[in-house]
Ligand binder design. Structure first.
Ligand code: ADP
Ligand code: ADP
Ligand code: ZN
Length: 213
């Protein structure tokens, strides 16, 4: 099963992608996570991506398309994959169509998770992530049992440098300008669905599982 999870920053794509990955045993391909790893490792891609990520703008289509083209060719994607945060421009969606056609693959589901703008801002500014296992937390919606520590593995929770209010507002503006039009690329295909991301995390997950079967 090949799946695209769409939605604005903070909608819950990463949270739900992790759960889907576990339930359906297919990998979560998050371009944001891959780019952050490249920045941390100081690779060429990381050096080229850093400034755009810090300001809340988009990294070039060429870079992210290259990352995804390499990644979907890896062995663990043979049974399927979850795209989280890609495609984010119409050009990326077109490049994805071409790379899937070349591999005789197709997308089975495109699911857009929606949420109100103010909820997105508070979700992102309250977000933290385990530096060890990647589990996501929130200052009010999903508090860890012990402050600053992961419930699952005891790892230290970290916050992203770009999760501040000013950058978030810029990321939301970029989403409306460049990513929202991607929905039209998929809307008329039979595989497009919308899920209300303002519901409880468990409810969102249950609805996603119903769609995915
Ligand atoms: P995205 O990957 O779309 O940017 P995340 O999955 O990282 O979003 O979620 C952003 C923040 O909001 C995280 O702190 C997460 O714990 C929290 N969150 C995710 N889904 C919900 C929900 N349905 N209700 C409340 N908080 C949520
Ligand atoms: P969120 O889901 O909270 O918006 P991500 O982790 O998906 O954050 O992305 C973080 C940053 O990485 C983005 O603001 C952008 O700079 C860059 N990025 C991630 N995916 C893409 C993409 N598909 N195209 C261009 N830039 C991307
Ligand atoms: Zn952890």
């Amino acid at each position: 099963m090949n799946l695209i999870l769409m939605g604005p920053p903070g909608a819950g794509k990463g949270t739900q992608a992790r759960r889907i990955a576990e339930r359906y045993e297919i990998p979560q391909l998050s371009t944001g996570d891959m780019l952050r790893a490249a920045v941390k490792a100081g690779t060429d891609v990381g050096r080229q991506a850093k400034a755009a990520m810090e300001s809340g703008g988009l990294v070039t289509d060429e870079i992210v398309v290259g990352i995804i083209a390499d990644r979907i060719g890896e062995a663990d994607c043979a049974r399927g994959f979850i795209l989280d945060g890609f495609p984010r421009t119409v050009a990326q969606a077109e490049a994805l169509d071409a790379m899937l056609a070349a591999r005789r693959l197709k997308i089975d589901h495109v699911i857009d998770i929606t949420a109100d703008t103010e909820a997105l801002v508070s979700r992102i500014t309250g977000r933290s992530t385990c530096s060890q296992c990647g589990e996501g937390y929130h200052a009010t919606h999903k508090k860890p049992a012990a402050a600053g520590l992961c419930d699952k593995c005891g790892g230290t929770l970290t916050t992203r440098a770009d999760d501040n209010e000013e950058t978030v507002r810029n990321r939301l503006a970029v989403y409306h300008q460049q990513t929202a039009p991607v929905i039209d690329h998929y809307r008329n295909g039979g595989q497009f669905r919308t899920v209300d991301g303002m519901q409880q995390m468990d409810t969102v997950f249950a609805q996603l599982c119903e769609i995915l079967g």
